[in-house]
Write a protein that binds this ligand. Sequence first.
Ligand SMILES: *Cc1c(COP(=O)(O)O)cnc(C)c1O
Length: 400
Amino acid sequence: MSAASPLSSPLYATYARAELAFERGEGVWLETTSGERYLDLMGGIAVNAFGHAHPYLVEALKRQAEKLWHVSNIFEIPGQVELGRRLCAASFADRVFFTNSGGEAMECAIKTVRRYHHAKGQPQKNRIITFEGAFHGRTLATIAAGGQAKYLEGFAPNVEGFDQVAFADRDALKAAIGPETAGILIEPIQGEGGIRPVPHEFLRFIRELCDEHGLLMVLDEIQCGMGRTGRLFAHEWAGVTPDVMAIAKAIGGGFPLGACLATREASEAMAVGSHGSTYGGNPLAMAVGNAVLDLVFEDGFLTEVSRKGLLLKQKLARLVDAYPDQLKDVRGEGLMLGLVCAGAPAEMVARLRKHGVLTVGAGHNVVRVLPALIISETEMDEGVNRIEAALRAAGKSAAA
Ligand SMILES: *Cc1c(COP(=O)(O)O)cnc(C)c1O
């Protein structure tokens, strides 16, 4: 069952992998190569919004696979126009650029911001303000944007053009704006930073500052977007709209897909030749992306995410009350939840795994709970029961 030992592995040693290999999945369930079943409460890190092997998505991919996989962006790709139109119709955006990943969607967002000011004849405006605890990807520019020492170490020289301030700190943000500032970039809910929701007033404050200083407001909704919080995009809760936004993860439901969305004004300078991608938005990805949107747009779907999110949060809050020595808090929006642990989250994740439930760690001692958005109440109860069994077992061993 266990994978090859690190010494004999042909792979880069970049991941601290669990010794588990899955063979198949169905909905929120995963089955290992040796037939053990796990309840998946992490959904490939907020990717598998419709669980595993959703028949509608499988069918969409199969149908496209038999027709056409790839042609290049040298040609028209009707699925891009369709998915682009639908994303724009449902959001602030007028234009979309498709990518294969979140990091690439962020790269496009960063380039869009720089190019916007360049085209306005103010190329000195090329710096973007970001926030402590941020995560925007693992490319050279996005590790610089995220500003986390652990991801920057050994990769100098760092990409220039990012200024980081304390999380949701108004005074620090105001003070950081200078003649070279081009935009402000933030995740409405920090994901890998530890499920830290940005106060809605702070998002509105960013919008005001951007309007006042002629800056672009950029959102990273790669993790919190596409229905995860019970609205199509998390910023909708705050009643503000950005100028540019990166999405990925759930939009492909497991097929590699990302996108950068922007207003007409913000994207105008991204003219012919300014950016490109070989694979971005290829017919396979577009078939799946459009099918995912069909499901997200089904009547009442997002309301259900909200309702189930609230229910799950209440159930987890009960565990926080019952096991205060292990759990400190539960936070988050919709089905993007975080359990704040008393100890190291990696340990908690490993213990939960032993009880047959999959979660994922994050910063600030948080274990993320990011189930498929189609999870049923019975499956949520099963998840909470398994988490409780793990907490109870640990409590006993601590008392012994
Ligand atoms: C996952 C993630 C990214 C990076 O996406 P990749 O597809 O891994 O490149 C960027 N920002 C946020 C908020 C994410 O959660």
